[in-house]
Design a protein around this ligand. Structure first.
Ligand code: F6R
Length: 612
């Protein structure tokens, strides 16, 4: 949700900033801009649209500089226009901002009264003018920034340069992610380390409230004016593989990476058909005490949580609630003693989930309640991982496509591992069942590989969706959340309106939508609900609906007139939702490609939703 990159070096960093923005484009892609300090002035270019538009402008203008900041925007305040694009400049100061300044209207009125002119509709521009105003007292740049930050309310990350300070880059982290890339004789900042991988693999992770001063030679981090130490961490090569390879889109690459990603997730937890001794060992005391689970998440991660609810309750008899974070955080839910609060998040930075977590922690502490918190996450250095008692990494590798694929199936894998662990600790899961599921988990990457081989048949079916405007997805049990997830995938990348329903709900309303023009996707593993699902299919057919069925190869469901069947390899009931994620991902992908949408960066969306 907006991407920041900046740097201070000996060499010109124009190309580094542009390359960094391209790598951050998943965070926002409605406009982009860069400001470099050169010949004692701020040289700025901004363009509406993707980073390539900015790149052409910068190449044409030949702007060079060894100190600079750049930004790719996902509009919150003000339309995606050139004037609203960052960096925002006030006199000699240039600022890039990620997040939201909630009290900007008030600050803006005060600044207008002081004679400042605003050239954008953004909340961000106030920061540039506030710094200019603070500098009037004679304070040096760093001090001026330290003076104005307490005036800002909201969540934000800032990159700041000034044309009179050609060797100083200032970074502020207060609720939005920001990382420092440590180089040799040069240093960088970014919203995501991915942007800086071409220049360094050494990173310093800022904490909330940090203000950092970067020069070519040194990095100093301050908290309320006091110098603090932040360790430098080195990333290994496996984390740094972010190219598209031979795939046309990141999403397709990430779909095909799932067998390997799941293997990685499993390896940290399983030793043969048993759980490893060291797996979540620090959480054992907490797991022993908890009496229920509360999952908090958004979007696709919420769907993963919905599936885990079936597992927690049916497999290990542990009550589990699941709620969308944006609702949970504002409805003052009762915080119950001895609850394990689980945040599920690919990024670990999603604003609503993070706020729900913090609020829960605060309220539990105020009432002296014994709760524990755990994050399931793909980013080891994220805020959620840092702020929960325990974490379980999905180890999926970077996910660049905006539509979540491998992050989702590895979340499910991690959740199943967690269920096994808690069941073992609380002795509510028989050893034989644990061993059976562990064996099925080891086999899972192969089943996923076999499901991926259905690609050609799914591509064939996708042609029948291209002209459609609506679509229904139906499933029962753990396939109900997969129906929701299938509908989310299809709508977000192909822009076809899609709804997911529990198949049993069909006759309570959505059946009214079914006619000759309504494709209905059915998820039909061979489980106890199969016969009931077959009845639901007949209800659709009787109304002229066209069925697209992903069915277990032994389900007995065959293709017939207006019923297209893709046979999915057999899998244990517990793991079926992970396998049935594959055909819905492939279907959405192919439909989107055929409709010519921007698959990796669908309109109006951004990968990491770090603002409300
Ligand atoms: C959809 C998708 C989103 C995210 C949601 C939460 O494909 O990716 O719905 O799942 O924005 O993001 P994280 O998991 O980073 O908290």
């Amino acid at each position: 949700m907006c991407g920041i990159v900046g740097g201070v070096a000996e060499r010109s960093i124009t190309n580094i900033l542009i390359e960094g923005l391209k790598r951050l484009e998943y965070r926002g892609y409605d406009s982009a801009g860069v400001a470099l300090v050169g010949q004692g002035q701020i040289l700025r270019e901004r363009r509406v649209g993707k980073v390539v538009n900015l790149e052409s402008a910068v190449t044409e203008a030949q702007i060079l500089g060894s100190l600079g900041i750049a930004h790719t925007r996902w509009a919150t305040h003000g339309k995606p226009t050139e004037n609203n694009a960052h960096p925002h400049v006030s006199d000699q100061v240039a600022v890039v901002h990620n997040g939201i300044i909630e009290n900007y209207q008030e600050l803006k009125q005060d600044l207008i009264a002081l004679g400042y002119h605003f050239s954008s509709e953004t909340d961000s521009e106030v920061v540039a003018h506030l710094i200019t105003e603070a500098l009037k007292s004679g304070a040096p740049l760093l001090q001026a920034v330290e003076q104005i930050v307490p005036k800002l309310k909201g969540a934000f990350a800032l990159g700041i340069v000034h044309s009179d300070y050609p060797d100083e880059l200032i970074a502020v982290r207060e609720g939005s992610p920001l990382v420092i890339g440590v180089g040799i004789g040069e240093n960088f900042i970014s919203s995501d380390q991915l942007a800086l991988l071409p220049v360094t693999n050494r990173f310093m992770y800022l904490e909330e409230g940090d203000i950092a001063l970067l020069t070519r030679e040194k990095i100093e981090v301050f908290v309320q004016g006091q110098l603090v130490e932040r360790p430098v961490k080195e990333l290994d090569a496996t984390v740094t593989n972010t190219s598209k390879g031979n795939y046309k889109h990141y999403m397709l690459k990430e779909i095909h990476e799932q067998p390997e990603a799941i293997q990685q997730t499993l390896s940290q937890a399983l030793n043969g058909n048993a759980l490893r001794e060291d797996f979540l060992k620090d959480a054992v005391i907490d797991f022993n005490q908890i009496q229920q689970i509360q999952i908090i998440a958004c979007g696709t991660s919420y769907h993963a949580g919905m599936i885990a609810k079936y597992w927690f309750e049916q497999l290990i008899d542990l009550p589990c609630q699941v709620e969308i974070a944006s609702e949970f955080r504002y409805r003052s839910p009762v915080i119950v003693d001895r609850t394990l609060y689980i945040c599920i998040s690919q990024s670990g930075e999603t604003a609503d989930t993070l706020a729900a977590l913090r609020d829960t922690q605060k309220r539990a502490a105020a009432k002296h309640l014994m709760i524990s918190t755990l994050t399931i996450c793909n980013v080891a250095t994220s805020s959620m991982v840092r702020e929960t008692n325990h974490h379980l990494l999905t180890l999926a590798g970077p996910e660049i496509g905006v539509a979540s694929t491998k992050a989702f199936t590895t979340q499910l894998t991690a959740l199943m591992l967690l269920v096994l662990k808690i069941g073992q600790v609380k002795q509510t899961l028989a050893d034989s069942v644990l061993a059976e599921i562990a064996a099925d988990l080891w086999h899972l990457p192969k089943v996923i590989l076999a499901a991926l081989q259905k690609d050609a048949s799914i591509l064939g079916l996708s042609e029948l969706f291209v002209e459609k405007n609506h679509c229904l997805f139906l499933g029962r049990g753990t396939e109900f959340p997969i129906a929701l997830e299938g509908a989310l995938k299809l709508k977000e990348i192909s822009y076809i309106h899609a709804e997911g329903y529990a198949a049993g709900e069909l006759k309570h309303g959505p059946l009214a939508l079914v006619d000759n023009d309504m494709p209905v996707v059915i998820l039909a593993p061979k489980d106890d609900m199969l016969d009931k699902l077959k009845s639901n299919m007949e209800e659709v057919q009787a109304r002229g609906g066209e069925l697209f069925v992903f069915a277990d190869e032994n389900s007995g469901i065959q293709s017939q007139d207006r019923q297209h069947v893709v046979k999915i390899p057999s899998v244990s009931n517990w793991l079926a939702p992970i396998v049935y994620s594959i055909p819905v991902q492939l279907l959405s992908y192919h439909v989107a490609v055929l409709r010519g949408t921007d698959v990796d960066q669908p309109r109006n969306l951004a990968k990491s939703v770090t603002v409300e």
